[in-house]
Design a protein around this ligand. Structure first.
Ligand SMILES: NC(=O)c1ccc[n+]([C@@H]2O[C@H](COP(=O)([O-])OP(=O)(O)OC[C@H]3O[C@@H](n4cnc5c(N)ncnc54)[C@H](O)[C@@H]3O)[C@@H](O)[C@H]2O)c1
Ligand SMILES: [Fe+2]
Length: 381
């Protein structure tokens, strides 16, 4: 038996933020990305909450790729303040921090069981609707994907006004994260018709709106569609998980601080080629593994179909490389400028072991070996 759940209420469309003025709680703790405080956006948010008569406080000690130490500072704050609702505002880092903080605080003091409302300010992780929270163990250079239904936010608020300030580079990174979520879910070994439908719509929106969103932050229609695409992809992978792409990307994030979406983008064409066994010299075959047909199907739906299955899969990888070039993204680890060649190659054995052990890798359509993952990392330099 299988099941498909959407437990998070999704508030979207024009003025979705007004949902904050309808809430019925006593004490709210905002957990926000520092830019929310720096730019004064927090005043707009608290003005909505003031209409409800709720008390509130703000915690803004959130950093990208949330480390365990910061989570424990947040836990302390929740235990002291005793909120009955947490309002997470920011990119995946702020939302993941809030999920982990709630999880730990409510275990330490069972009388504190706050609701969680997620207001994403990037269009990337889909964290507002997922039971995943990715935390960083800096001492051991590991990213730990926590997975539990208890991490699911109760509500998400998708308001385009929260994403018009996102700079182009972050649009590119987070947009490629969306596409990676949708495509990894599309070829996941757990794929089902519900997740596939969500992936298809998400990929279609990325195809139509990512470049527009990158080129013009006043293109509100494009930003809005990308915000929806991100949430749809989140719903898809929340049901069927991800794959080797994310398993390997997490290691580039934890070892060298390559931004999450950028790490995914670097890997994506390479992983399509690895999973499908199709590269520039592959000939047509009589029978293809299932994931090859699924990649070709994705290419067809995006208008990238070529005259046969092999060339369609190649076109899909080619389109991703085209988008990366157009959005001035690095095309290799060396181009990220995050590490020297020596540092990178020295880290590969540990990264390969960690990628194989990463929870996301378990649903990859091709079972990777240690040697294969080492080779994939080497080729990425
Ligand atoms: N929980 C999940 O399901 C899931 C899925 C994928 C990734 N992740 C995790 O999420 C994190 C990445 O999240 P992200 O890609 O959203 O990046 P992020 O939250 O780290 O934000 C990236 C940068 O953009 C800035 N920013 C955010 N919103 C902005 C806005 N509206 N205007 C201007 N600047 C803004 C932030 O201050 C930060 O500097 C990683 O830790 C990754 O591992 C989680
Ligand atoms: Fe991701």
């Amino acid at each position: 038996m299988k099941h498909f759940d959407v437990r998070t209420r999704i508030n979207f469309g024009e003025n979705a933020l007004e949902r904050l003025s309808e809430l019925n709680y006593r004490r709210a703790l905002f957990i926000v990305d520092p830019f929310i405080v720096r730019t004064g956006v927090i005043d707009k948010l608290t003005a909505y909450v003031d209409k409800t008569g709720m008390a509130w406080d703000v915690f803004h000690d959130v950093v990208p790729d949330p480390p365990l130490e910061k989570i424990s500072v947040g836990v302390q704050k929740v235990l002291e303040y005793g909120p009955d609702v947490l309002i997470a505002v920011g990119g995946g880092s702020a939302i993941d921090s809030t999920k982990a903080i709630r999880e730990v605080a409510s275990k330490m003091d069972p009388s504190i069981q706050p609701a969680l409302i997620a207001v994403p300010t990037t269009s990337g992780t889909g964290s507002e609707v997922t039971s995943f929270s990715v935390v960083s163990d800096r001492a051991n250079r590991r990213k730990i994907p926590l997975v539990s239904d208890s991490l699911l936010p109760d509500e998400a608020i998708l308001d385009v006004n929260m994403v018009t300030s996102v700079p182009p580079m972050v649009v590119a990174d987070t947009g490629m994260d969306v596409f990676t979520h949708a495509l990894e879910a599309y070829v996941s070994i757990n794929r089902n018709e519900f997740s596939a439908a969500l992936s298809e719509k998400s990929m279609e929106l990325v195809m139509g709106y990512l470049m527009r969103s990158y080129l013009d932050n006043n293109d509100v229609e494009a930003r809005d569609k990308m915000h929806v695409a991100s949430c749809l992809a989140g719903l898809a992978f929340n049901s069927v998980s991800l794959g080797l792409n994310h398993g390997m990307a997490h290691q580039l994030g934890s070892n060298f601080h390559v931004p999450h979406g950028r790490a995914n983008a670097l890997l994506l064409p390479v992983i399509i080629e690895y999973n499908s066994g199709i590269d520039a010299s592959t000939k047509a075959m009589d029978n293809y593994p299932l994931q090859v047909l699924q990649y070709a199907d994705a290419a067809r739906r995006l208008g990238l179909q070529c005259f046969d299955t092999v060339t369609s899969v190649r076109a899909l990888a080619g389109w991703i490389r085209f988008m990366m070039k157009e959005m001035k993204m690095p095309m290799s680890v060396s181009e990220t400028g995050k590490c020297t060649k020596e540092e990178y190659f020295a880290a590969i054995p540990d990264m390969a072991k960690a990628a194989l052990a990463d929870a996301c890798t378990a649903t990859n359509p091709r079972v990777p070996t240690y040697d294969e993952v080492v080779k994939l990392y080497e080729n990425l330099w």
